[in-house]
Design a protein around this ligand. Structure first.
Ligand code: PLP
Length: 429
């Protein structure tokens, strides 16, 4: 019954210790202040925010330039209808086109990352006249109806996807060593061959797009092996399928370039973004796309638009944030990413329970195994009653003043510091 599905959702949330504000048992102390990479709670205890809150506070917690840009926009005019031209909105759109991979020139704003992916699904289906969007297992693409069906983790299947059968998404396996029992170029080859097999069996004509995160975020902080994206691009071109990069987490410097696809040698047809675009000071998301896709949408595509899509105050924040990334923050990622990688790799050498440390730039996953069975821990997201030792480690880290993320499946710790973090903080973490 519906009741049991909702019940499962509630229980699984509880098992992950998500402190929903409406949960009467929520006893966590609220965070009330922040500065740089540090946050402070109502008791006056400070924490190093080693996860940029939700992989999103890229420019730190008190960036004066972003705050000033927001204040100025508020004083000039807070809101202009999303159908009308606004200078901040227009300027951010051109800024985005200037910093994105070259072929992506058109931008349409949303409010969040989930809604950016909803738009991408709609544009892809309309322009390709095909229903399906293929995504990877072990992926996260959002929590609204369509975006949640793209998300490849078992809990969304148990809840949302079961109710949204018409969305038409299929899944393929992530290019992970433990999945294909291979590494490097052999892994890239095997994972791409598998994807082509899925495409052929789903029916290429029924597939509008393949969407993936260039480096997976909340589903595990895993990058792709070198050569993988080239093969994916080839498959997309061969079968006339659009390639959509979900850069909601990886965009805006997190992986060492403005967009993570700029660390690959091929371009996608669309990029969806949110989170870091404003440094998370104000909600904003959107889709960057090739001009011909924009044209197809302008020439008779379904009209889309949300009241707060491309809100001028958010756009003003976005312009300032992009400047901050360009001025110094991306450089900081480039120079400190090797330090972060060394520190995490040293952890792996010290602790037998860690089976892998993987990522790129400032986005890393620490994968652990069950010390008794030597297998990855059971997916406690699905089984509300199972142990969740990784969440316990995160809790323990918090007691020691360090905030880290817990991935899905729950056998991974996630590290994604604000881009302004200093070397000493990484060493002390
Ligand atoms: N896509 C990815 C890769 C994400 O990590 C997220 C959120 O964590 C989303 C989409 C959804 O974005 P939002 O939470 O802004 O709706």
């Amino acid at each position: 019954s519906n009741e049991s599905v909702l019940d499962l959702d509630y229980k699984s949330s509880e098992s992950r210790n998500i402190p929903h504000w409406h949960n009467p048992e929520n006893e966590s102390i609220p965070i009330i202040e922040g500065s740089g990479a540090t946050v402070t709670d109502a008791n006056g205890d400070s924490f190093l925010d080693f996860v940029a809150s939700l992989y999103c506070v890229n420019a730190g917690h008190d960036n004066k330039r972003i705050i000033e840009a927001i204040t100025k926009q508020l004083e000039r005019i807070p809101y202009v209808s999303s159908g009308k031209e606004n200078d901040a909105r227009a300027e951010l759109a051109s800024e985005l086109a200037a910093v994105a991979p070259e072929p992506l020139t058109d931008v349409l704003f949303s409010v969040s990352g989930s809604e950016a992916n909803e738009l991408a699904i709609q544009f892809a289906r309309e322009s390709q006249d095909a229903p399906k969007v293929l995504t990877r297992w072990q992926s996260y693409h959002g929590s609204t109806y369509g975006a949640a069906t793209l998300t490849g983790d078992p809990s969304t299947r148990n809840t949302v996807e079961a109710h949204a059968a018409t969305t038409g998404s299929g899944k393929f396996l992530p290019p992970l060593p433990e999945v294909f029992d291979a590494e490097g170029s052999e892994l890239a080859e095997k994972a791409a061959n598998h994807l082509e097999f899925v495409v052929k069996n789903e029916g290429p004509d029924s597939i509008a797009a393949i969407m993936m995160e260039p480096v997976a975020g909340s589903s595990g902080g895993y990058p792709t092996p070198s050569g993988y994206f080239e093969r994916v691009r080839e498959i997309c071109d061969k079968y006339n399928i659009l390639l959509i990069a979900d850069e909601v987490i990886t965009g805006f410097g997190r992986c060492g370039k403005m967009f993570a696809m700029q660390t690959e040698s091929v371009d996608p047809d669309m990029i969806t973004f949110a989170k870091g675009v404003t440094g998370s000071y104000i909600p904003l998301g959107g889709v960057l796309m090739r001009e011909e896709l924009g044209d197809r949408i302008r020439d008779g595509g379904t009209l889309t638009g949300q009241t707060f899509a491309g809100h001028p105050v958010a756009c003003a924040a976005g312009i300032a944030a992009i400047q901050e990334y360009q001025n110094e923050l991306i450089e900081n990622v480039q120079s400190l990413a090797p330090v972060l990688q060394d520190e995490l790799t040293a952890l792996k050498e010290k602790h037998d329970v860690i089976t892998d440390v993987r990522g790129r730039g400032f986005l890393w996953g620490i994968v652990v195994k069950d010390p008794e069975s030597s297998e990855p821990f059971a997916n406690s997201w699905v089984d509300a009653d199972s142990e969740n030792p990784v969440a316990d480690v995160a809790e323990e880290a918090k007691k020691n003043g360090l905030l880290v993320g817990v991935g899905r499946p729950d056998y991974q710790l996630l590290i994604s510091p604000p881009l302004c973090i200093e070397e000493a903080d990484i060493a002390n973490a």
